[in-house]
Structure formats: structure tokens, C-alpha cells
Ligand binder design. Structure first.
Ligand code: NAP
Ligand code: COA
Length: 273
């Protein structure tokens, strides 16, 4: 990550859901580029381990234990982070929960748990953070998912919640433009070594089926999501707001079949040469 060409020296980067996986990878990207990093998540032991790892980059790091479903707790964490490192230049909102179940296998509370963490939690982070964001200049990035735009079986709760996050992103990109705040979202494809893919593709067969749906032929790496977040927060993205950026190896481009070109060429119907 040290070879990322842009620096974020002394910029305050706040990552909601930053104690593991993709969001922690994003926190590492910014920390390696000189940022002061605050992370928020629920479990204190995970936060402690993440903070220790992030401190190795040499910048300031603070961890906050809060549940994004609790507005006052989110607001308190943001206030303390602001006291420590000042105005927030980059806010990443990526706390989420997921389990695999058909709609008829979800209780009302099961559906609500995911809506409350993903959608209401995102609103809480957006609503509470505005007062602490750098104005002008802040970059706010939600972490959405392919389920927001392409329905997926066994994912009714996540599809509904992430679609809501996309629209929150677009709505607030307009409402906050006058403050000089850009609001975007990143939609990662399948990313290796994450809890999300452990749940969505729990067997080698499921993992291979997922990989075959990606035109670039592989799962992404956490650092590749970090690079997208750093680009979106850089001066090179100064005119980008309200965008939902897929970082997915082409997975959202359309219905992809890795064998189609070969099959049609073999039938003599269509060939690339
Ligand atoms: P992960 O490691 O489980 O990350 C989730 C983070 O959110 C953790 O830090 C978790 O810590 C925190 N969190 C969960 N519930 C919370 C709550 N109620 N309040 C505060 N923090 C909470 O999962 P991941 O797979 O890396 O996913 C990260 C993000 O990427 C999610 O938004 C996910 O939808 C998105 N995404 C992932 C993939 C993928 O391939 N993995 C693909 C597309 C999109 P605690 O549990 O300690 O709170
Ligand atoms: N199938 C069906 N329902 C399920 C379920 C599953 N696999 N897992 C949980 N639920 C239901 C529970 O039964 C409960 O409903 P009930 O009260 O009617 O029984 C409801 O969901 C809430 O469960 P609970 O464990 O109390 O919720 P929580 O708030 O502690 O945890 C989850 C939220 C369920 C999303 C949990 O998996 C989580 O914390 N995940 C975070 C990590 C994660 O998902 N990472 C991947 C991010 S993409």
C-alpha cells in the first residue's frame, strides 16, 4: 500500500465499521498515506486489535465502540473523534450485517436487524457526521454492494437496505453540495478474505461459481477498494459526486458467461477473428 501515489498527511479519516474486512483495509490505505484515522465498531476486542495494526503506520489512531443503530452513541463517538483530530476530511460509512436466508426464513426481527444496521445506521452516520465534516472539501463515501442494483436470492434484506443506501448517497450528494461536501458510494464486487464472502460463498464450489461471474476472473483484494476510496477522496475526483462506483472486476457490467465466446466460436456462428 506504501506505493499509493497520493498522500493524506494529517487528514482526519473516520471509518464506521472499520474494525475488520474491507473497511479496515480502507483505514490501512489512508493510514499508510499519512492520515489520522478514527474507527467505530461494536466489539472492543476487534477494535483494539485493529487500532494496534493501524498504529504501525505512524499516524494518530483512535477506536470507538458504538452500535450504528444507536444515534446518540454514533454522535458521541464522532464528537470525541473530532476533539482528537479535528474536522473530518474523509468519512467512510461501511458498517453492515448479512446472513443468507430466504425471505420466508427471515423473522420480522431478522429483516429489521439488517435494515437497522445497514440503512438506518448509514443515515445515523451521515446525519451525525455533517456537523464535524470539513466544509468545504470533505469526501463522504458509503460502502454499498451489488445487491443494491441487481437483486439476489437469499438476500432480500440486504438488497432492500443497500438500495436505500444508494438513494441516501444520491440525495445527500445534492443536499450537501452547497457545503462543498462530495458524497459517493463504492460498490465492491466479491472481495477475498472477508466475512461477507465467508457468508455468501461458504464452500469452494460456491466460491468458484462467484469467481466465474467476474469478467476479470478473480475476486478483488481489500487494497483495491482502499485505492478506489483514496481516489474518490483526492483532488482527481473533485468533480465526482452522487456516483455509485462499482469496483468489481466488471461484475456489474451485464450478465457474464465466461464460456460464451468459445462456445459460439466452436459452433462456427461467431468468432473474434
Ligand atoms: P466485516 O469484516 O464483517 O465488516 C463489518 C464491520 O462493521 C466490522 O467492523 C463490524 O464490527 C462492523 N459492524 C457490524 N455491525 C455493526 C453495528 N451494528 N454497529 C457498528 N459497527 C458494526 O465485513 P466485510 O465483508 O468486510 O464488509 C464490509 C462492507 O463491505 C459492508 O458494508 C459490506 O456490505 C460491503 N461489501 C462487502 C463485500 C465482500 O465481498 N465482503 C462485497 C460488497 C460489499 P463489529 O461486528 O465489531 O461491530
Ligand atoms: N437466518 C435467519 N435469521 C437470522 C440468521 C440467519 N442465518 N441470523 C440471524 N437471524 C435473525 C435472528 O434469529 C434474529 O431474529 P429473531 O429475534 O426473530 O430470532 C435477528 O436475525 C437478529 O439476530 P441477532 O443475532 O440478535 O442480531 P445482531 O444484531 O446481534 O446481529 C446480524 C446482526 C444477524 C446481521 C449478525 O450476523 C452480525 O452482527 N453481523 C455482522 C458481521 C457481518 O454480517 N459481516 C458481513 C457484512 S456484509
Amino acid at each position: 500500500m506504501k506505493d499509493f501515489p497520493l498522500r493524506f498527511d494529517n487528514i482526519h479519516v473516520f471509518v464506521a465499521g472499520g474494525s475488520s474486512g474491507i473497511n479496515l483495509g480502507i483505514a490501512h490505505g489512508f493510514a499508510a498515506a499519512g492520515a489520522n484515522v478514527s474507527i467505530l465498531a461494536r466489539k472492543p476486542d476487534k477494535i483494539e486489535a485493529a487500532v494496534a495494526g493501524l498504529k504501525a503506520h505512524g499516524g494518530g489512531v483512535r477506536g470507538f465502540a458504538a452500535d450504528v443503530r444507536n444515534y446518540d452513541a454514533v454522535n458521541g463517538a464522532l464528537k470525541d473523534a473530532h476533539s482528537a483530530f479535528g474536522d473530518i476530511g474523509v468519512l467512510i460509512s461501511g458498517a453492515a450485517g448479512n446472513f443468507v436466508a430466504p425471505a420466508l426464513g427471515m423473522s420480522s426481527n431478522g429483516f429489521k436487524a439488517v435494515m437497522d444496521i445497514d440503512l438506518l445506521g448509514t443515515f445515523h452516520v451521515m446525519r451525525a457526521s455533517h456537523q464535524f465534516l470539513a466544509k468545504p472539501g470533505a469526501s463522504f463515501i458509503n460502502i454499498t454492494a451489488p445487491q443494491s442494483q441487481r437483486a439476489m436470492m437469499l438476500q432480500a434484506h440486504v438488497c432492500a437496505a443497500k438500495a436505500g443506501i444508494d438513494m441516501l448517497t444520491r440525495s445527500l450528494a445534492m443536499e450537501w453540495a452547497g457545503d462543498g461536501i462530495r458524497v459517493n458510494a463504492i460498490s465492491p464486487g466479491p472481495i477475498a478474505d472477508t466475512e461477507g464472502m465467508n457468508r455468501l460463498a461458504p464452500t469452494p464450489k460456491a466460491a468458484e461459481a462467484s469467481r466465474r461471474g467476474v469478467p476479470l476472473g478473480r475476486w478483488g483484494e481489500k487494497k483495491e477498494i482502499a485505492w478506489a476510496a483514496m481516489f474518490l477522496s483526492s483532488p482527481f475526483a473533485a468533480y465526482i459526486s452522487g456516483a455509485i462506483l462499482p469496483v468489481d472486476g466488471g461484475g456489474s457490467a451485464g450478465r457474464y458467461d465466461p464460456d460464451l465466446l468459445t462456445q459460439f466460436a466452436q459452433m462456427g456462428i461467431a468468432s473474434q477473428v
